[in-house]
Design a protein around this ligand. Structure first.
Ligand SMILES: Nc1ncnc2c1ncn2[C@@H]1O[C@H](COP(=O)(O)OP(=O)(O)O)[C@@H](O)[C@H]1O
Ligand SMILES: Nc1ccn([C@@H]2O[C@H](COP(=O)(O)OP(=O)(O)O)[C@@H](O)[C@H]2O)c(=O)n1
Length: 222
């Protein structure tokens, strides 16, 4: 039974995944990357030849979506029907299709229920869950709720440093397009009531992890 739930939201490239993972390791908590599930469904839709832009085709694909993800911050594998898709869900074709899949309300309801069961079943004392709507929809009553932000410029340069095979401008354009589409569905740019903003624009990685750990500690004390 998970006692402490930490919810982290924010735009693409703000550091949600890497910072949450590092904080979870420090606390010996589990870690859940919810974006991986939306990406895996987009991969599944593309793989089955369905059109991600067509909500009815996406909803039909949900029936055969057999998904699993680990919650170990030291390394987690993502599987769809037994196929390891950990790497392939990061491909640009999946990033380009994921927002269309994520805007379908039936998809969000299905995955939210899945995330809640993973959170409930985790055998660690705590879990850090990151995504876009964790502080507001998936776990609004989490022990600590954090909005991790960074300037668009910082986010783009961090993301393009990771994706060496693509040009910086291609990465920037794709990221802006995805953020714009995603923010029509959930607001992850402004902190909801009770959500603490950590702006990492002028913090290095370790300072950002420390800032997140501080919010978690403070939330425990109140
Ligand atoms: N405060 C920071 N300073 C510098 N680089 C950072 C910082 N936070 C995260 N990063 C780096 O930025 C990149 C994108 O982070 P990631 O965790 O993938 O973001 P998100 O999950 O929000 O899309 C990673 O390479 C990560 O190591
Ligand atoms: N809680 C969440 C998490 C992700 N998503 C969707 O999943 C996509 C991929 O999320 P991600 O966290 O892997 O994206 P990055 O920020 O890591 O690039 C996002 O662009 C959203 O479309 C969502 O709608 N709700």
């Amino acid at each position: 039974m998970t006692e402490t739930v930490v919810a982290v939201d924010g735009p693409a490239g703000s550091g949600k995944s890497s910072v949450s993972k590092a904080a979870a390791k420090r606390l010996d908590f589990a870690f859940l990357d919810t974006g991986a599930a939306y990406r895996a469904l987009a991969w599944h839709v593309l793989e089955s030849g369905a059109n991600p832009e067509q909500a009815t085709e996406v909803i039909s694909s949900l029936g055969g979506f057999d998904y699993s993800i680990g919650t170990d911050p030291d390394g987690y594998a993502v599987h769809v029907s037994g196929t390891d898709v950990t790497e392939s869900i990061r491909e640009p074709r999946v990033s380009a299709a994921v927002s269309a899949v994520a805007r379908v309300p039936e998809v969000r309801a299905h995955l939210t229920a899945l995330f809640r069961s993973i959170i409930r079943d985790s055998d660690k004392a705590g879990i850090i869950v990151e995504g876009r709507d964790i502080t507001t929809v998936v776990a609004p009553d989490a022990t600590a709720r954090i909005l991790l932000t960074a300037s668009e410029e910082a986010r783009m340069s961090r993301r393009s440093a990771e994706l060496a095979t693509e040009s910086a401008s291609d990465v920037a354009i794709a990221l802006q397009k995805r953020d714009r589409a995603d923010s029509r569905v959930v607001d992850f740019m402004t902190a909801a009531d009770g959500v603490v903003t950590v702006d990492s624009t002028n913090l290095n990685f370790d300072e950002t992890v420390d800032a997140v750990l501080d919010v978690i500690r403070t939330s425990h004390e109140t």
